[in-house]
Design a protein around this ligand. Structure first.
Ligand SMILES: CC(C)(COP(=O)(O)OP(=O)(O)OC[C@H]1O[C@@H](n2cnc3c(N)ncnc32)[C@H](O)[C@@H]1OP(=O)(O)O)[C@@H](O)C(=O)NCCC(=O)NCCS
Length: 320
C-alpha cells in the first residue's frame, strides 16, 4: 500500500489513526499486540500475497493489530487470525477501521469472503461477537471441537479401543507414515483421491490436496486395505508457533473405526519424533466430523490437557 492510500479514521481519536501494513521495522513495537503463537506469522510480515497484516498507529503508538492469511482449504477466503486493540484505545472504532481496511485490501486481491474462528473461551468473547455483528458478519456457528493431548497418555486413552484395532489388523488393514513410503506418497494420495472422488466415494472435504504441502511426513499416516490398496489418510501438521502437532484431516473409505488404527500409529510415530511430552491437538469439524466429535467427547475428554469449541463466522466481501 502506498502512503497516500493509507486509511484515515473518521471520528474523534480515529481522526489520528493511520492504518498501514506491518513492516519489518515495526516488529519489536508490536509484540504486545499479539500472542506468542502468532509471532511466527509476524516474523515474516510481508509474507507474500497470502498474508494481510495491518497496524493501526496513533501518532507513533501501535494501538491495534490485525493478522490474516489466505485460507488453505476455502477458495477465495481470507482468515482473520488475530485482532487486538490496546485496552486504552478500545471502543473508539479502531477494530472497525482495521476490519474495513482488510475488506478493501482483500477485495482488490480478489478474495470473496472473510472468515473468523475463535474459542468459546476467549476472554473478550462478547466484545468480539458484538463487533462482528455490528460489521455485518454472519451469525456465529459452532465450527469445531478442540482437544489437546499429551502423547504420553496414549496407552491409557486408547485402551478401550485396542480390540477394535486388533480386529482391523486381523482384516489386513495397516498404517504407515508418509516418510516410510519408497515412492512419492503425495502422488499416491492425489491419485487415490481422484479415483474415490470420481466414484462418488469421497466427500469433497476429505481431499488431501490442500494439506499435503503442510503436513509432517514423519507422523502423517497412509492407511492400506487387505489388498495393499491405499484406503485412507490421517494427516498431521506441525505448528511451530504452538510447538504442537494438529490433525487437519482424516478420512478412510473403509470402516470409520479404521481411523483409530491410523491414530494409534500417528501417536506412536509422534512419540518417537517429539518425545512423550509432545502435544497433539484434534479439532474435528462439527459438521463433517460429527461422529469424531461425539467419540472424543465421550471417550477422550478425561485424557485431554484442555478442551474448547471453536466458533466461526464469515462475511461476504463487498466488491463494489
Ligand atoms: C474485540 C476488540 C478487538 C474490539 O476492539 P475495539 O477497537 O474496542 O472495537 P471498536 O471500538 O471498533 O468497536 C466496534 C463495535 O464493536 C462492539 N463492541 C466492541 N467492544 C465492545 C464491548 N466491550 N461491549 C459491547 N460491544 C462492544 C460495539 O458494537 C462497537 O461499536 P460501538 O462502540 O459503536 O457500540 C477489543 O476488545 C480487543 O482487542 N479485545 C481483546 C482481543 C480479542 O478478543 N480479539 C478478538 C479475537 S482475535
Amino acid at each position: 500500500m502506498r502512503p497516500d492510500q493509507r486509511h484515515k479514521g473518521t471520528a474523534s481519536i480515529c481522526a489520528n489513526i493511520e492504518i498501514r501494513p506491518v513492516d519489518r521495522e515495526d516488529l519489536a513495537a508490536l509484540s504486545r499486540l499479539t500472542t506468542q503463537n502468532l509471532r511466527s506469522q509476524l516474523a515474516n510480515p510481508e509474507g507474500g500475497p497470502d498474508n494481510c497484516n495491518l497496524v493501526a498507529w496513533i501518532e507513533n503508538v501501535p494501538a491495534g493489530l490485525l493478522l490474516s492469511r489466505r485460507s488453505l482449504d476455502r477458495f477465495g477466503t481470507q482468515e482473520l487470525l488475530s485482532l487486538m486493540v490496546t485496552p486504552l484505545f478500545r471502543r473508539q472504532g479502531l477494530a472497525r477501521a482495521l476490519l474495513a481496511e482488510l475488506e478493501i485490501t482483500m477485495a482488490s486481491a480478489g478474495r470473496t469472503h472473510l472468515l473468523a474462528s475463535w474459542s468459546d473461551r476467549l476472554p473478550q468473547l462478547e466484545s468480539f461477537r458484538a463487533l462482528l455483528s455490528r460489521e455485518g458478519w454472519d451469525i456465529p456457528e459452532p465450527a469445531r471441537l478442540r482437544m489437546s493431548f499429551n502423547v504420553g497418555e496414549r496407552q491409557d486413552a486408547l485402551r478401550t479401543f485396542r480390540p477394535l484395532m486388533a480386529s482391523a489388523r486381523r482384516h489386513g488393514l495397516s498404517s504407515r507414515p508418509m516418510a516410510a513410503m519408497p515412492d512419492e506418497p503425495r502422488n499416491l494420495m492425489l491419485a487415490a483421491a481422484t479415483t474415490f472422488a470420481r466414484a462418488g466415494a469421497m466427500p469433497a472435504w476429505a481431499n488431501p490436496a490442500p494439506w499435503l504441502e503442510h503436513c509432517d511426513p514423519a507422523v502423517s499416516q497412509l492407511l492400506f486395505d487387505e489388498n495393499g490398496r491405499l484406503c485412507g489418510w490421517l494427516l498431521g501438521e506441525y505448528q511451530p508457533g504452538f510447538t504442537r502437532w494438529s490433525v487437519p484431516l482424516g478420512w478412510c473409505s473403509t470402516d470409520a473405526s479404521h481411523m483409530l488404527l491410523a491414530m494409534d500409529h500417528l501417536l506412536c510415530d509422534l512419540e518417537h519424533h517429539g518425545g512423550p511430552g509432545a502435544t497433539l491437538i484434534l479439532q474435528p469439524s462439527q459438521r463433517n466430523g460429527h461422529r469424531v466429535c461425539t467419540l472424543l467427547d465421550r471417550h477422550f475428554r478425561p485424557y485431554a490437557l484442555w478442551a474448547d469449541h471453536l466458533v466461526s463466522s464469515s462475511k461476504t466481501i463487498n466488491q463494489a
